[in-house]
Design a protein around this ligand. Structure first.
Ligand code: ZN
Length: 276
């Protein structure tokens, strides 16, 4: 809920109490006209709150707020483009300054090769995030203990990290280690989409770039998480692009709670397959 007493008369912006994931995501427009007359409205999720709960908006007010929300959306989009451009430039600088990763604790822990990933400042593994044209927009850093981060404020949607050269078949998966494992065991080209929420956008971008290729979406099987977000997102992505779905099969294995992806499966079996 919005506390209108925090705001002076005029227009303000704030994070939406319903849909904003960070304080930076100021999708809420707040307009205070008088001490008891104000409205907060989110242009993303249409959350709306009136300062005086019972009051109805007049048609003129509705129109005015509609216009204000549209202006706010345009402003928000322009700011986001600007932030994305700044982060893209910074990612490019970091990537160029990093050196090829010969060894790294994360690579050893996962039992994988580096596949072009780099090391920054002697300790952080860096995985660049590019669009289908190969332009860098962001970077995922992986600390020696495996903690992963994107660059704050940067674009993520539709970005991926390619491993290998696609020929007939291209596998889209969530994590870098998962992609490295599938590539090493099967020889298939990989697009690492970084998380479940990005599988669909990456698959769609790749479908546009490679209209005739067979896309395989390799799911993380989040078997202990309600709704299994990994399999759910992978299924949706596979359907959307006419692709195949591959789910790691742990049947008959001594599976731990955190064993969810093809890298975990490889650790238990020594090798993985993705449907041919
Ligand atoms: Zn909202």
């Amino acid at each position: 809920m919005v506390d209108f007493d925090d705001y002076t008369i005029g227009d303000h912006r704030a994070a939406c109490p319903v849909c904003s994931k960070t304080q930076r995501d100021k999708s809420l427009g707040i307009t205070i006209l008088a001490y008891d007359h104000g409205i907060a409205r989110c242009f993303k999720c249409n959350f709306i709150q009136l300062r005086r709960e019972q009051r109805e908006l007049s048609p003129v007010e509705k129109l005015a707020y509609q216009r204000r929300m549209e202006a706010l959306r345009r402003q928000h989009d322009a700011e986001q483009r600007q932030r994305h451009a700044e982060v893209a430039q910074a990612a490019d600088v970091r990537w160029k300054a990093a050196v090829p990763a010969d060894t790294h604790p994360y690579l050893s822990a996962k039992g994988i090769q580096s596949h072009g990933a780099r090391v920054e400042a002697g300790h952080t593994l860096l995985v660049r995030m590019t669009d289908v044209q190969g332009h860098i927009h962001n970077a995922q850093s992986i600390a020696p203990d495996g903690v992963k981060r994107f660059m704050a404020g940067g674009r993520v949607k539709g970005l991926y990290y390619p491993i290998g050269r696609p020929s007939g078949r291209l596998v889209v998966c969530e994590g870098f280690a998962t992609g490295a494992t599938i590539h090493e065991d099967t020889g298939h080209a990989i697009a690492v989409a970084f998380n479940a929420g990005n599988l669909l956008a990456v698959a769609k971008s790749l479908r546009t770039k490679f209209p005739c290729i067979t896309l395989v979406i390799a799911a993380d099987d989040d078997w202990k998480t309600e709704g299994n977000p990994g399999v759910t997102a992978a299924t949706e992505a596979a359907r959307a692009v006419g692709g195949l779905l591959a789910v790691p099969n742990f049947a008959g294995l001594d599976r731990g709670e955190k064993d969810t992806d093809f890298n975990d499966l490889h650790r238990l079996t020594g090798s993985v397959e993705v449907p041919a």
